[in-house]
Design a protein around this ligand. Structure first.
Ligand code: FAD
Length: 433
């Protein structure tokens, strides 16, 4: 018969995996869908902090992707992309072959910019929870640390755009150290590029400032804000605390026996520095329909999308891209490509709401921001034991979704519509309380 148009999804993390399912269901019989990953497996990144304290085994958050993709009729390779060539509608793969596409959906997540600070990251002197293999290594390092407790430094470096997991990890460590009955031997410092505790790259949500300051005060975690890390040596972190004017206010030399800081992100090499496709940090440029303005058959979703910071801060901080926001991008991309297949213009606009659950093991903080930039229609934060249960629910729900190949966003409908949040902007106007 005739060949169907080919839609390629590049990257099979949180966004790419469910995008493949949703696009498949939205275009069934009218297009061929293929996923290019660089791993045989999907890993549920939000549970990585639990892996680092052995509350989860890596295998519990892993989904082998080939069987489920085959079941769904989606093409799948784990060979990885070397370079995207938008003008030729072609992707060079790491095995020397290449693949052409009619539409491309880029969902490659972040490259971790540890190399921007000397001695930083898992190849230097701090651990990471950004990847599950990093987190498994961080768990071994934590066991060794507990045999010889020393100070801990946790936080997020300059240019970071992901702050929830930093707070989460600091408070998880506090919980676990108390369980191991060695908390009294571990001074803890939270180091962050945010201008204040609870800013989160969003200028705060509800009272995240008060909630997170209070949590950290109650748990004896000191903090340094407006922080810029200048270098890490074995057991020692050098930090500059910057004033409102950007001038260095104070220099700190922090000794540590265990440290995890979230790095800045940038775009992956396969897309970095392509004129018209990416911004100077390698993030993919997208219009309000998630479509690239130059290469109109390229959509993008997830952490790889270029989103400007919420405003100037003394030390640069980026805007977080959380799971629910990514799902709203996924839904919009699936609708818009299906519309284009039908010869219509893309019309769905994702809500880009920030929804986050930060779990501390024995409690947690949750927030919902709509829209991202204040003043907001919904600006809500809360805390309590329920957040831990909600996060376990989110993990179970999401892993089920990836394992079964379901594209139906059931959890959001149940849990988040209760908060008055809807995934697409068109429908959200009425439902916001
Ligand atoms: P990723 O999940 O990182 O997926 C990108 C994929 O693309 C990866 O599998 C990567 O291997 C692949 N890839 C990259 N380059 C190539 C290439 N050249 N060829 C082929 N494949 C490639 N959000 C929440 O809502 N709730 C949370 O609790 C939460 N916790 C988080 C905890 C941590 C530690 C981190 C780092 C983030 C967390 N987030 C959370 C934020 C966000 O939801 C996750 O980062 C999420 O995984 C982002 O999804 P993504 O699809 O954009 O990127």
């Amino acid at each position: 018969g005739t060949t169907l148009p080919r839609i390629v999804v590049l990257g099979a993390g949180l966004g790419g995996t469910i995008a493949a399912y949703e696009i498949r269901d939205a275009t069934k019989g009218r297009a061929e869908v293929t996923v290019i990953s660089d791993s045989e497996d999907y890993w549920f990144v939000p549970s990585n902090p639990w892996v680092a304290v052995r509350w989860r085994e890596p295998d519990a958050i892993r989904v082998p992707l080939a069987p489920v993709m085959a079941k769904k009729g989606i093409g799948f390779t784990s060979v990885g992309a070397l370079r995207v060539h938008p003008a030729d509608q072609r992707i060079d793969l790491r095995d020397g072959t290449s693949m052409t596409y009619d539409w491309l959906v880029i969902a490659t997540g972040p490259e971790l910019a540890f190399d921007e600070i000397p001695g930083f990251g898992p190849e230097g002197h701090t651990v990471s929870v950004c990847r599950t293999d990093h987190a498994a290594h961080a768990a071994d390092a934590f066991d060794a640390f507990c045999a010889d407790p020393k100070p801990i430094v946790v936080g997020a470096a300059q240019g970071a755009s992901c702050f929830g997991p930093a707070y989460e990890f600091a408070l998880i460590l506090d919980t676990e150290l108390r369980r191991r009955k060695i908390r009294d031997r571990v001074p803890m410092t939270f180091v962050t590029s945010e201008p204040y505790v609870g800013h989160l790259g969003l200028d705060g949500v509800g009272d995240t400032k008060g909630l997170l300051e209070s949590e950290m005060r109650e748990r004896h975690i000191k903090w340094i804000t407006n922080a810029r890390v200048t270098g890490v040596e074995p057991g020692m972190m050098h930090v500059e605390e910057v004033g409102e004017d950007g001038a260095v206010k104070k220099a700190h030399d922090l000794s540590f026996g265990y440290s995890m800081l979230l790095p800045a992100f940038r775009g992956v090499k396969a897309v970095y520095g392509i004129e018209g496709l990416t911004n100077p940090r390698g993030f993919i440029l997208a219009d309000r329909h998630q479509r690239n303005p130059t290469f109109k058959n390229i959509y993008s979703l997830g952490v790889c999308v270029a989103i400007p910071p919420i405003g100037p801060t003394p030390v640069p901080v980026g805007v977080p891209k959380t799971g629910f926001m990514i799902e709203s991008m996924v839904t919009a991309v699936a609708h818009n490509i299906a519309a284009e297949l039908d010869g219509r213009e893309p019309d769905e606009v994702p809500s880009w709401n920030a929804v986050c659950l930060a779990d501390f093991g024995d409690g947690g903080v949750a927030f919902v921001a709509q829209p991202q930039i204040p003043p907001r229609n919904v600006n809500w934060s809360s805390h309590g034991k329920w957040v831990h249960l909600a996060k376990v629910g989110f993990e179970k729900y999401f892993l089920h979704k990836v394992r079964s190949g379901t594209s139906e966003p059931l959890y959001e409908k149940l849990a988040l519509n209760m908060l008055g949040i809807s995934k697409l902007k068109e429908t959200s106007k009425e439902s916001v309380r």
